[in-house]
Write a protein that binds this ligand. Structure first.
Ligand SMILES: Cc1cc2nc3c(=O)[nH]c(=O)nc-3n(C[C@H](O)[C@H](O)[C@H](O)COP(=O)(O)OP(=O)(O)OC[C@H]3O[C@@H](n4cnc5c(N)ncnc54)[C@H](O)[C@@H]3O)c2cc1C
Length: 450
């Protein structure tokens, strides 16, 4: 039995805690917030898209960074395992459009409560208001020094910590693997442990507690951390007609993003206009694909187009419009096209359509009609920027997966040091995949601890 210290009581920390405790380890979850799972609570707009009920093979296509690293994780604890886990823990689930899995209750709190119940049932100890300041390791040289210092100092736990810290730099012969000995809490207390799982999350929505501490711990321990950037973010746009559409949500829309003349990304789904640009599931996923390419694009801009009627070809759309026109030959253009769009979109379509709003239908030329159809099939806007960390669903980058054993989540350099969840250089598009990464990596870490 090992003493396992888990830093962070978010998605990964709670799941790791359940499995480590079920394996009869002494588990301590150290969470700096006043409660567990603050970020999980806001997932899926409070409904928690807990997984994606796709085939395990398909999961890899949704992962943006280092999908191959997740092979063991996804095959050891995949979507079906996650669903079984929560159903067995008393949370009935449902599958919605795009295989998105939610609790039937539509309450993320049910997911958190189930994890808390399982943690308590398995005997894990939960320490709230407990922030970890530092992770302590010792090398072979330290253990010799430690023996001396412990016998000299009367075994005071803080003195031991100081001794260990002091000796951190003294490596044995450079070949011996260093070992974790515990953590130092914010108040200076040293907490001894045989294994430490870092599940501190990323750097986005910092009010939920994910303030990037795990990156600092990793760097201090000599591990490589890749550059981080916000991902799954809203996009900023240039045109002044976009803010006029603020609040308008479109369910079935096509999206094409071009970098110069090259089509960079195409998708279909749900989006929303805001006072500064566009957001919604389809846009967030697009942001993960655009990523750093936007800054390098000509003028730092990309052109984008919405297909407002993706179910119709241009010919079918023309036939549809002609039917409306025939029924209202003597009406003004503005009074006929309203049936085609949500009311807030109509004024903008009139503004961009090139046909005077009061023009009589029978006076509209074929060219004018074709131009209007082109607008419906390719409603244009310019992407000028990405959202910031405070509004990012996920952090791209993190502890380099090259540092980590993909079958155990243990550091290759330091034994007893494990990482799970968003702190790692792993991220996926929306749809329940990011929580799947947290569950799978947490499971592997918990199962690997001897
Ligand atoms: C608005 C929003 C909606 C989302 N919706 C979904 C969704 O529906 N489906 C999906 O799959 N993903 C979703 N995500 C992403 C998902 O929430 C994260 O990927 C996931 O929570 C990561 O889990 P984690 O355990 O790694 O980190 P977190 O859940 O962020 O947990 C990290 C925990 O560590 C604690 N901590 C940090 N540093 C310390 C320290 N030094 N000492 C002690 N404790 C510390 C924090 O307080 C926090 O509780 C959403 C994200 C956001 C922001």
């Amino acid at each position: 039995m090992s003493k396992v210290l888990i830093i962070g009581g978010g998605a990964a920390g709670m799941m790791a805690g359940v499995f480590a405790a079920r394996n009869h380890h002494e588990v301590h979850i150290l969470e700096k917030n006043e409660k567990l799972g603050k970020k999980v609570f806001i997932t899926g707009k409070g409904r928690c898209n807990v997984a994606n009920a796709c085939d395990t093979e398909e999961l890899f296509l949704a992962v943006m960074s280092n999908p191959k690293f997740l092979y063991s994780g996804f095959y050891s604890f995949g979507p079906q395992d996650v669903m079984n886990f929560f159903e067995e823990a008393g949370v009935p689930l449902k599958v919605e459009r795009g295989n998105r899995v939610f609790p039937q209750s539509d309450h993320s709190s049910d997911i958190i409560r189930a994890l808390e119940r399982e943690l308590k049932k398995a005997g894990a100890k939960i320490h709230l208001h407990t922030a970890v300041k530092e992770i302590v390791k010792e090398s072979a040289a330290d253990s010799e020094t430690e023996n001396k210092s412990e016998s000299n100092s009367g075994n005071n736990s803080t003195d031991v910590a100081t001794a260990k810290l002091k000796n951190k730099a003294e490596k044995a012969d450079g070949k011996e693997k260093e070992k974790i000995t515990g953590v130092i809490l914010e108040d200076g207390t040293f907490m001894e442990g045989d294994a430490v799982i870092v599940a501190t999350g990323g750097f986005s929505y910092q009010s939920t507690g994910s303030t990037g501490d795990g990156y600092r711990f990793a760097k201090e321990l000599g591990l490589k951390v890749t550059d981080i950037s916000p991902s799954l973010v809203p996009l900023k746009t240039k045109e002044d007609y976009i803010p006029k559409l603020q609040g308008l949500s479109l369910k079935n829309t096509g999206l094409t993003i071009k970098n110069g003349k090259k089509v960079l990304y195409e998708d279909f789904g749900e989006m929303m206009f805001t006072h500064f640009g566009v957001t919604g599931p389809m846009i967030l996923s697009a942001s993960a694909h655009i990523g750093a390419k936007l800054a390098k694009a000509p003028n730092g801009e990309m052109s984008a187009y919405l297909d407002l009627k993706p179910a119709l070809t241009k010919e079918q759309l023309d036939a549809r419009i002609l039917r409306e026109f025939e029924a209202g030959q003597n009406k003004q253009f503005k009074n006929v096209i309203g049936v085609l769009f949500p009311s807030s979109l109509t004024p903008v379509m009139l503004e961009l359509g090139g046909i005077p709003a009061d023009k009589k239908i029978h006076d509209i030329s074929r060219e004018e009609r074709q131009h209007f159809i082109d607008l419906i099939k390719a409603f244009p806007f310019t992407i000028t920027g990405m959202g910031e960390f405070k509004e990012a669903i996920i952090t791209k980058g993190g502890v380099s997966v090259k540092e980590i054993n993909p079958g155990t989540m243990e550091s290759k350099k330091i034994s007893g040091l494990y990482f799970a969840g968003e702190v790692l250089d792993l991220d996926a598009v929306t749809g329940g995949y990011n929580l799947q990464i947290a569950w799978s990596t947490a499971y592997l870490a918990a199962q690997a601890i001897q």
